[in-house]
Design a protein around this ligand. Structure first.
Ligand code: KIV
Length: 280
């Protein structure tokens, strides 16, 4: 049957059908989310923080994204797989940006790429789309610019900043982007953007009026216990505690010799045992 087409997303927007996106970075997580019916998976550069232990997305490399995208692609058959372009893989030189975007499709197997920025990246987005590379935009609190923003602050709060964000969204749409992530902006602004462009808006910390929502896998599943100041994240489970409890139980059963039992062990023929008993 193949993967869902990126064009479906625009059809869904036109029909008022909302959809979810989630990040995944490896085979088991991608398999689980696809089995749950997720139509679109982002191999986000958030993997720097939630998988690789960095304190931002800045150190993430092309090799990191390709490696993780390949695992996600191997695990899925239907979902659109979007690979994030890491910091400095597209900012320095447009030709290098084209080659890097191409690598995410050719070597990573991604369906599409995502990059951060508005009007200033629109010419690059157009060039990628013309070369056959589907592009998702990303506006608002773009984490690769966290050092420029001076922290994780809500964006688009002043009239000038909000107007710029609206123009940026239009520029991405005109350049041929198939969707745009809106991160950590006021809900009324996200609503305005959503109403004024024909491509889907995918919100995270952007309120309820976007066409779609995206969450980070580890945030929504409660894998870390130190995370809960993130206002944009909703915990649908507390898997971290479930894992810790299971591991504690395993340690306890090994220490008390309750595990393994015969159920988890393999027997030997009596005749073989008798023969073995002769061996000195
Ligand atoms: O890297 C990521 O996970 C993202 C989402 C937060 C949109 O860019």
């Amino acid at each position: 049957m193949g993967r869902i087409s990126i064009h479906k997303l625009k059809e869904w927007k036109a029909a008022g059908q909302r959809f979810a996106m989630i990040t995944a970075y490896d085979y088991p997580s991608a398999r689980l989310v696809e089995q749950a019916g997720m139509p679109i998976i982002l191999v986000g550069d958030s993997l720097g923080s939630v998988v690789l232990g960095y304190d931002s997305t800045v150190p993430v490399t092309m090799e990191d994204i390709i490696y993780h995208t390949r695992a996600v692609v191997r695990a899925t058959e239907k979902a659109i797989v979007v690979a994030d372009m890491p910091f400095m893989s597209y900012q320095a030189d447009p030709n290098e940006a084209m080659r890097n975007a191409g690598r995410l499709l050719k070597e990573g197997g991604a369906t599409a790429v995502k990059l951060e920025g508005g009007s200033h990246v629109a010419p690059l987005v157009r060039r990628m789309v013309e070369a056959g590379i589907p592009v998702m935009g990303h506006l608002g609190l773009t984490p690769q610019s966290v050092n420029q923003f001076g922290g994780h602050k809500v964006q688009g709060k002043t009239p000038a900043a909000a107007a710029k964000l609206l123009n940026d969204a239009r520029a991405l749409e005109e350049a041929g982007a198939f969707a745009v992530v809106l991160e950590t902006i006021p809900a009324p602004l996200a609503r305005m953007v959503t109403e004024r462009i024909s491509i889907p808006t995918i919100g995270i910390g952007a309120g309820p009026h976007c066409d779609a929502q995206v969450q980070v896998f580890h945030d929504m599943l409660g894998i870390y216990d130190d995370q809960r100041t993130l206002r944009h994240a909703k915990r649908y489970a507390v898997i971290g505690e479930t894992i810790r409890e299971a591991v504690r139980a395993y340690i306890g059963e090994v220490e008390s010799a309750a595990f393994p039992t015969a159920e988890h062990s393999f027997e030997m023929d009596n005749s073989t045992l008798t023969e073995l008993a002769q061996v000195r």
